[in-house]
Write a protein that binds this ligand. Structure first.
Ligand code: GCO
Ligand code: MG
Length: 417
């Protein structure tokens, strides 16, 4: 498709929208991020996040070597056609690397079209459905005491929903518990080895939530992430044990490659279930949604093919009263967060948005206009998704290889991290 096609649409002319350049920017302001910048003949550019934690350079190469050459000369306004071209055209479908690369292009194009139309992105999607986006923060502690204090600090900051994780007696380097100032799992060049014990974990988590309800009362929304560690029947037991504490959700209770595994959990418990941060496609969630085995879908714009695909997923979920609860860990860049907040501001079946704070260096490299107020994030009114990149500053933070940890049982058996 080239710029000599007849003029169409209202967001600039086809000539204005012609893609003249696209570049991949890799930077490490505290952690690694991959960003795609697409430039049009009009001078208007768009940004898309392409970060896949621990596998960043695979997406950078996929984009630079295999996608960018296809973009030059295309009409940035043909967002759907470009999505289909990259998805169907590659022949090799789905998978985290492919879908993250497609997402980066897709979000950059939505950003360009919204800027050319002079509209904040949520307006282009269908307009505002709510005044702000309910977010949950991450409290954690080495033990129950410390985790409860941290939940208190989040409540003081204005959060209405808090995820809580705590250390597990006898477990070395437990998931979700900070060892430094902030929790950041991708901490070394080769994976850190952690040790896992299901019995110790199943023992401590109900005690944690009993304490949190006693300390903080019935109104604060509480969430917990199992991070794929349990078998379906163990997950069913935990979900049932947690019922008295009325969680907002129990996340990734068991791995979901086998979507039917969730039938077992559902049979035993009414604790709401969330899953999907590692999903790349609507197909990963099809049975989970159709059979109403989950309550929240956590697929995220950056890893599931961008706004174009996640919109399809959210609409499908809405048919089954499943709400969105997008992943928003620090390994998703502010560019993804900006796009997600515009999406959350529009999507009718919104549930909640995860929100971890980025470092000051990250915020400086990615200037943005979203703000936190009274438990909610508010996207800005600037045209596009409202997140930019300071390329000169980004260059001062070169890529540093980092991988996510792995987990083993006490006898050395590999487990799910
Ligand atoms: C979450 C996630 C993260 C992931 C991380 C992996 O719920 O926020 O589970 O903590 O582990 O995004 O890159
Ligand atoms: Mg998670």
């Amino acid at each position: 498709m080239n710029a000599s096609a007849p003029d169409e649409g209202c967001a600039g002319s086809v000539r204005d929208r012609e893609i003249v350049a696209a570049r991949v920017i890799v930077t490490c302001p505290g952690r690694n991020f991959v960003t795609l910048k697409i430039e049009t003949r009009s001078g208007v550019y768009g940004l898309g996040d392409a970060t896949l934690n621990g596998r960043e350079l695979a997406v950078a190469s996929y984009l630079a070597d295999h996608v960018v050459p296809n973009l030059i000369g295309r009409d940035a306004g043909r967002i759907e056609d470009t999505w289909q071209f990259l998805y169907r055209g590659a022949y090799w479908r789905r998978g985290p690397v492919t879908m993250t690369a497609i997402a980066a292009v897709d979000v950059a194009l939505w950003d360009i079209v919204a800027k050319l139309a002079g509209m904040p992105l949520y307006q282009l999607l269908g307009g505002r459905s709510r005044e702000g986006v309910l977010v949950y923060g991450h409290a954690n502690g080495r033990d129950i005491e410390e985790a409860s204090e941290q939940v208190g600090r989040y409540i003081e900051k204005g959060f209405r929903a808090v995820r809580a994780q705590c250390g597990v007696p006898g477990v070395h380097k437990p998931y979700g518990v900070a060892r430094g100032k902030a929790y950041e799992p991708a901490e070394s060049e080769l994976p850190v080895e952690t040790v896992w014990s299901t019995p110790a974990y199943l023992n401590v988590v109900p005690q944690l939530f009993e304490r949190l309800r006693a300390d903080h009362g019935p109104d604060i929304e509480l969430l917990h992430d199992v991070h794929h560690r349990l078998t379906p029947i163990e997950a069913a037991r935990l979900a049932r044990d947690l019922e008295p504490y009325r969680l907002f959700w129990l996340e990734d209770a068991t791995p979901a490659e086998n979507q039917r595994a969730f039938e077992l959990i559902r049979r035993h418990s009414v604790t709401p279930l969330a899953v999907g941060e590692v999903f790349n496609s609507i197909w990963d969630a099809k049975h989970l949604i159709e059979a109403q085995l989950i309550d929240f879908i956590r697929a995220t714009i950056v890893h599931a093919g961008g706004i174009t695909h996640v919109r399809r997923l959210a609409d499908f979920a809405a048919l089954h009263q499943v709400r969105t609860g997008f992943h928003g860990a620090t390994d998703l860049s502010p560019v993804c967060m900006g796009a997600a907040l515009h999406f959350d501001t529009w999507v009718p079946n919104f549930g909640i948005q995860e929100y971890m704070f980025h470092t000051e260096e990250t915020d400086a490299v990615f200037p943005h206009d979203y703000v936190f107020r009274e438990g909610r994030l508010h996207c800005g009114e600037r045209p596009g998704h409202g997140v930019d990149i300071d390329e000169a500053l980004a260059r001062k933070f070169p890529y540093r290889p980092k991988q996510l940890p792995v987990a083993r049982l006490a006898d050395g058996t590999m487990w799910d991290w």
